[in-house]
Ligand binder design. Sequence first.
Ligand SMILES: Nc1ncnc2c1ncn2[C@@H]1O[C@H](COP(=O)(O)OP(=O)(O)OP(=O)(O)O)[C@@H](O)[C@H]1O
Ligand SMILES: [Mg+2]
Length: 318
Amino acid sequence: MSLRHVSQSSLQFILFGGKGGVGKTTMAAATAVELARKHKVLLFTTDPAPSLADSFGQTIGNEPTAVEQVPNLFAMEIDASKVLKEFKEEYGNEILEILQQGTYLADEETEELFQLEIPGLDEVMSFKKIMDFMESSDYEMYLVDTAPTGHTLRLLMLPDLLDNWIKFLGTLRWKYHTMVRHFAQKEHIESADKFLVDMKKTVKKVHSLLQNEEKTEFVVVTIPEKMAVSETQDLIHSLEKMQIPSQDIIINNIFPQDECDFMKQRRSFQDQYIQKMKEIFLHHTITEVVLQATEVQGIARLQTLSTRLFTGTPEEDG
Ligand SMILES: Nc1ncnc2c1ncn2[C@@H]1O[C@H](COP(=O)(O)OP(=O)(O)OP(=O)(O)O)[C@@H](O)[C@H]1O
Ligand SMILES: [Mg+2]
């Protein structure tokens, strides 16, 4: 009864997701602390309201920041809107060129189209940023603390969305090339084409990494409550549909065994939902985590929690 899949040494990419407030950030931080004993780990948060800084009790920046007292562990917050801005600065000319050359729109209209917020593009860019880090740096494991479920599912579906967007730009490009060939009878590869090819490669890479069973694991974090059971079912169903490997479930905030009637009653309700999840998610490994007496903040508390996560002793109180 402990995080089984996450301990597998071939893993390189571990995502933590679930509904709001169930303990995603805490579990991601505790797991990162444990994995950093043996590996060089980089923990990202893509949550627009990041709380990694609270978990670790120190400031975490937009670049890898060394976590104090934990050698080998680095953490960074990804500011999606900033990443999108950088992306526009880097590739804006190419995108504008594609739009201008492939449509019959006036320049001002193209500018307008380009300025339009393409839904989810900022999140795709967060993922691209993660991929860029994975390609250019020497961490052995990358962990991602994601935003609450709706957000995360959008993020995971985005490679498809982006793919459609690239196809659309590609069609415009093809029209342009046909015209150029027709009138000028020559063709040359321009930076706009290179941009499309690069983006296409990125989307393909994100897709294949997310679906790689040896390298990737999506840890689902939940709590023993009625609503959470159905939301967890939806999340797991979506992950299956997207073929994203997910074998570990953490049930957090379980009340400790106690003699007090109130606690006994609350715990017996929780036990029903825990049992239900064990029946529904037969093929998953379920790790139970007890509600601690205090919030899980600071390295010492994260270490205590991570020992429990990895050795499976859920009943002790913090
Ligand atoms: N097992 C636990 N015992 C006691 N406190 C906990 C436990 N798990 C999480 N907490 C506390 O609950 C609060 C919420 O946890 P956390 O921030 O990890 O949730 P989250 O799922 O990341 O939330 P959000 O959806 O807002 O990102 C934090 O203050 C954290 O310290
Ligand atoms: Mg969080």
